[in-house]
Design a protein. Structure first.
Length: 178
């Protein structure tokens, strides 16, 4: 797996060469986003499958070793206590027309990892307006970003095919005390 920082003022990294297993993605059911209400939320489904996301430990180590100013401003060294979450990723299938308007994730979320599980429709990547960047859509690529005022993002899935991703959050629960 490769991590490439997009811009040193934005905590956003593009991912390439994520190793993916062969998984059956055909068993889908409605995805309940609880407190989130989107007009197109019925176009998002959850896939009943599991993918080992332990490659994310590379992200954990990168964050611990990083001397990026924006990380220091955000976390003041507390990312050294980060332990990558194991086993809590969601596999999501977004139907054409799925739309999540511009937003910043809630304060419980430290960061988000999104990996494309297939070649997804062009234009269906995560858009970071302030950065003027859209994440890749090819299988085995993706994005990792930290929740920050300058990582406001949105998604529009234009289709015509479905968008299939692994979605994993890193939360405050992943900051462990020594």
């Amino acid at each position: 797996m490769n991590l490439n920082l997009i811009d040193d003022k934005f905590p956003v990294w593009e991912i390439t060469e994520w190793q993916l297993p062969e998984v059956d993605y055909t068993e889908v059911y409605a995805y309940d986003q609880s407190s989130k209400y989107y007009k197109s939320s019925d176009l998002r489904c959850k896939v009943n499958a599991y993918i080992d996301m332990s490659q994310g430990v590379t992200i954990q180590e990168m964050l611990k070793d990083s001397d990026l100013r924006v990380l220091d401003q955000m976390w003041k060294g507390h990312l050294n206590r980060l332990q990558w979450p194991m086993g809590n990723n969601n596999i999501l299938l977004d139907k054409p027309g799925f739309n999540m308007s511009e937003h910043i994730d809630n304060r419980f979320v430290i960061g988000v990892l999104i990996i494309n599980l297939q070649d997804n429709p062009i234009g269906s990547g995560t858009v970071f307006t302030e950065l003027e960047y859209t994440s890749p859509t090819k299988k085995g690529t993706g994005i990792f970003f930290l929740n920050h005022i300058n990582t406001e993002h949105k998604i529009y899935q234009p289709g015509p095919e479905d968008r299939l991703i692994s979605y994993q959050t890193v939360t405050l629960d992943n900051l462990h005390h020594d």
